[in-house]
Structure formats: C-alpha cells, structure tokens
Write a protein that binds this ligand. Structure first.
Ligand code: FMN
Ligand code: SF4
Length: 509
C-alpha cells in the first residue's frame, strides 16, 4: 500500500510527524506493508495533516487527521472514514486551480529526481541547453513573466541586461528571504519541489552566462534549508549541476546561504551585502545589481517563484504561459490566503480573479464568521483593501490603480473586530524596527509616524494632516520601498476606518 503524507513545515506544525509515526506503528502491528512517501503540501492547509492513498482511481485523501483516528483508518481499509475526502485532485478548491509552478508540489517525494523527471522535470532545461543564450532570454521575455518577489519587474529585461554585460564572472542569486507577512509560497515550493528551483536557476545561468548561483534563504526556514541543501547535493551527484550540466559541456553550480533574519535583507541590494558577509544595508542604485551585483559582478536577482516558474515556461513554451492572465500580468500567480479566513492556503491561478472572489469564494470568508473589514495584500508594505474594492482584479496595474500592490501575492484577511488605527501604528513601528537606517525619511520618519498616530489616537485630530504629510515625505524621499511603501498600509487604514483613529472607549469594546 502506497501512502503519501506531507513533511512540509506547515503540515508538521499541524501534527504530520505524529500521524506518520502512528501510520507506521499501526501498519507494523497489523502486518500491513506500507510504503510511506513524504511529500510537500498540496496547499490546503486547513486539511493538514492530509494523508493520501494510491488507489486504482487515483489518490484519495483523508484529513485533517489526528493520531487517534489512524486505527479506524486501517479498520476501514482506507475507505469509508469520517475524514474521507475522496479524490484529492477533485476537491473543488484544488480542482479550480491552474497549477503550473506548483504542479508537482504535494504529489512527489521532493528529493526524488526520478519522480521529478517522471512529472515533466528537466524537459525545460534540456530544451534550453539546445538554445543560444539570446534565444533563451527571448523566450523568457516572450512569456511575459514578471518578478514574483514584489516589484513585478519583467524578468526577461533583467536577464537581457546581465546577458549583455561584459564580465569574466556573473551570478544568479535567488531571493528566498520571503519576509512578507502571510506569505509562504517560496517555502512551500522549496520544501515540496526543490529541483524546479534548481532547474530554473540553471536555465537562468545558461541565458545570462552565469556559472554560479546562490540561494539566499532565511534562517527561520530550517526545513527548506535542509531540503534545498540535500537537493543541491543530489543534483550535483546526478550531473544536473557542476562543470558539465547534463553532459552539455556547460557549467553551472550553486550553493545555499542562510540569512540571519532581517526583513530588509529581502531587498535585493541589502541581500547582496548580507550574502557577501556585510551588514544588510541597502545600496544606492545605480549601479543596478544586473551590472554590479554580487561581489561587484553582473547578477540576476530573482525571487524563488520567478525562477521556479522558468522550467514550465521552457517545457510548455512561452505562449502557453502567456495565454493565462490579464493585461500585463501574464501567467499564473500562487495566491497565499491567510489571516482570519476559513480556507487558508496556497491557490495557484491565472491573474485576473477579483479580490472579493478570492476572499469570499476561495477563502470562504472569515473563520470567525464575522464580516470582512479589510484585506492586506502584498505584505507589511501593502495597502488594506476594503469590501468596496472587492471587484479589483488581481493584477499588478489593477492593484496599483487602487493605491496598492500585489507584492508577493500574500493576502491577510481581517474581520470587523480589527482596529485599523492599531494596524496603521504597527506598520510604522515595523518600519522603525526593520529600517536599515541608511536614509532619514525612513529611519526618523517611521519613529515620528508612531508618535503622530499615538497623538491622533489620544484625540489630537489636528495631527492627521501631519501624518499625511509625513507619509508623502516617506513616499517621495525614501531610498527603498521599506520606507517608501509603509505609507500604503497607513493611509489605506485611515481611508478605510477613520473612526479607528479616534480615542478608543476601551470599556465599551
Ligand atoms: C524591504 C523589502 C523587502 C523585500 N523582500 C523580498 C523578499 O523577501 N523576497 C523577494 O523575492 N523579494 C523581496 N523584495 C524585492 C527585491 O528587492 C527584488 O525586487 C526581488 O528579489 C527581485 O526578484 P523578482 O524580480 O524575481 O521579483 C523586497 C524589497 C524590499 C524593498
Ligand atoms: S527606506 Fe529604510 S530600509 Fe530603505 S534604505 Fe532607507 S532607511 Fe534603509
């Protein structure tokens, strides 16, 4: 009997290790031969630990499981059970998705290169190996892929700048710092399908002339670090990395570096400083990292999802990817739905779904059952969207037009109990704590912002224009988006719920 159970950190946090041990114990006690394969997660976090059994009709699922429910599962011969979900891939939440980047995640043993290849892995790299560097970059440009780390910069243009740069060494750096609140796509991908990131980085190397890659991975992701480290070793032993990639005579190798944990180290220039062993302070641009990046050499810095999406683009062709989406937002996007929501998890879909459909239809509304008050989209620097903006389609330009951003596509849902004044204060406080200190509008402005919001909340309404003024200064004068975008959550909270900035009658709450 073949059983699949995630070893993803989210599933583990919900008890997957104990369930795995119980399955093996019960199987041994009953003399049942079980082949237990640990996978990544399918992304339906409210169903974890989600166990799947291979049947003639495909994989059927059971979840969320507890240890106490395992004996009954064996009694029922993995059939009729209170936690039976039927075919996992026909669960409507899963079936509605368009899984391109996450196609294998939750299906395969993340460290089995054979399983990776059996499900389409390495097809893209093999195709790229037969192409010139210019053709590789042209194909990527044609796909319309934009950076999934936050800024949405066209990936093809970045690669072309590095490709054209003259230097004896170039680098590919994967940004796996994933600091945005409510986001976990990078972690899920690295724990569930690490070879897709390795393959994407190798294609980036071929396209730009870089022979060395680094994954800058946050230290708070020990499971992802372990899986990625092992995957690189396996890839090297299999000839996928090293001096002769898949026997092509081309070289590409990579290493995993752990960051010490600072939000600003996700900003690409600060990341490069940290990668080089320096303090994580933002560098002034120009020079662009594409021309003077890691160790002063031309460098592609791309997010995990940007790079892990590259193999499927080369496997199926740029047009296949480009056909999905809306306007200038092409392809699919892994939405990460979190906060006060019934069905939290990762939902990969083409750009274009209205925000309200994501929150209410996919997320199922709030877990508390109370009305939605706000959704923060795009991490701690993203704006709060209210239900009056729920018809906004999920796309870079569409969110920008509403005074927001999609960032890394994290959505954090709040019900009507949320105190938006407190959330605005938190945004300023977060900026003050995480500021790298290089520029004044952010370093000093964020501290003044906390003080000004406190004044307003103590009844000094005349300080509201001062707060708005300060936000303008931070927007226009900050060197990077940490100081420059903190006004988004602050001003959107003020727009959405000005009453939350008035003194609170604690006793009445
Ligand atoms: C304060 C701050 C934090 C950031 N954190 C991340 C992060 O955790 N991961 C990420 O990929 N990009 C992050 N970015 C964006 C990066 O600077 C950069 O745009 C990105 O790595 C480029 O890759 P992409 O084009 O593939 O998105 C951050 C930017 C700022 C200003
Ligand atoms: S905006 Fe803040 S984090 Fe960015 S460079 Fe200035 S001080 Fe540093």
């Amino acid at each position: 009997m073949r059983i699949y159970l995630p070893a993803d950190a989210a599933a583990k946090a919900l008890g997957a290790e104990a369930v795995a041990a119980a399955v093996l114990r019960e199987a041994a006690a009953r003399g049942v031969a079980v082949d237990l394969i640990r996978t990544g997660t399918r992304g339906m976090i409210w169903l974890e630990p989600l166990l799947e059994v291979e049947t003639d009709a495909g994989r059927t699922g059971f979840g969320p499981l507890t240890v106490a429910e395992i004996p009954a599962l064996f009694d029922a011969a993995f059939g009729d059970h209170p936690k039976a979900l039927g075919s996992v891939e026909r669960i409507p939440w899963f079936a509605q998705q368009t899984r391109l980047t996450f196609a294998r995640c939750g299906r395969i043993d993340p460290l089995s290169l054979a399983a990776y290849e059996a499900e389409g892995g390495l097809t893209g790299l093999r195709r790229a190996l037969a192409m010139s560097d210019a053709d590789i970059v042209a194909e990527l440009t044609e796909s319309g892929l934009r950076g999934r780390g936050g800024a949405g910069f066209p990936t093809g243009i970045k690669w072309e700048t590095v490709r054209k740069a003259q230097a004896e060494r170039k680098y590919v750096v994967c940004n796996a710092d994933e600091g945005d609140s409510g986001t976990f796509a990078d972690r899920m991908l690295m724990e569930g399908d690490p070879f897709s990131l390795i393959e994407g980085m190798a294609i980036a190397g071929l396209g730009t002339g870089a022979e060395k890659g680094f994954v800058y991975l946050r230290s708070e992701y020990p499971d992802a670090i372990a899986v990625m480290t092992r995957a690189v070793e396996i890839a090297r032993a299999a000839g996928l990395l090293g001096g002769d990639v898949l026997g092509s005579g081309r070289a590409f190798d990579m290493e995993i570096r752990a960051g010490a944990g600072a939000y600003v180290c996700g900003e690409e220039t600060s990341l490069l400083n940290s990668l080089e062993g320096k303090r994580g302070v933002v560098r002034a641009k120009p020079p662009l990292p594409a021309l003077e990046g890691a160790f002063g050499k031309p460098t592609v810095v791309n997010n995990v999802i940007s790079l892990a999406t590259v193999p499927v683009i080369f496997e199926r062709g740029a047009a296949h990817f480009r056909d999905f989406g809306l306007g200038r937002s092409r392809g699919t996007i892994p939405l990460q739905i979190a906060g006060n929501v019934k069905h939290g998890g990762l939902f990969e879909t083409a750009f274009g779904l209205p925000l309200g459909a994501i929150v209410n239809d996919i997320g199922g509304g709030t877990r508390s059952g109370r009305p939605v008050k706000a959704v923060q989209v795009g991490g701690p620097l993203g704006a709060y969207f209210g239900p009056d903006q729920f018809d906004t389609p999920f796309g870079y330009e569409e969110f920008d037009g509403q005074g927001g951003l999609i960032g890394h596509a994290g959505l954090v849902v709040f019900d009507d109990m949320a105190d938006m004044g407190a959330m605005a204060r938190f945004a300023m406080e977060f900026c003050a704590v995480e500021s790298c200190g290089k520029c004044t509008p952010c370093r000093i402005g964020a501290v003044r912002g906390v003080e000004t919001i406190d004044r307003i909340r103590q009844g000094d309404a005349a300080a509201i224009p001062l707060l708005e003024d300060l936000c303008e200064t931070m927007k226009d004068g900050s060197l990077c988006a940490l100081g420059g975008f903190t006004p988004y959550p602050v001003l959107s909270a003020l727009r959405l719920a000005p009453e939350d900035f008035a003194p609170r009658k604690e006793a009445a709450e």
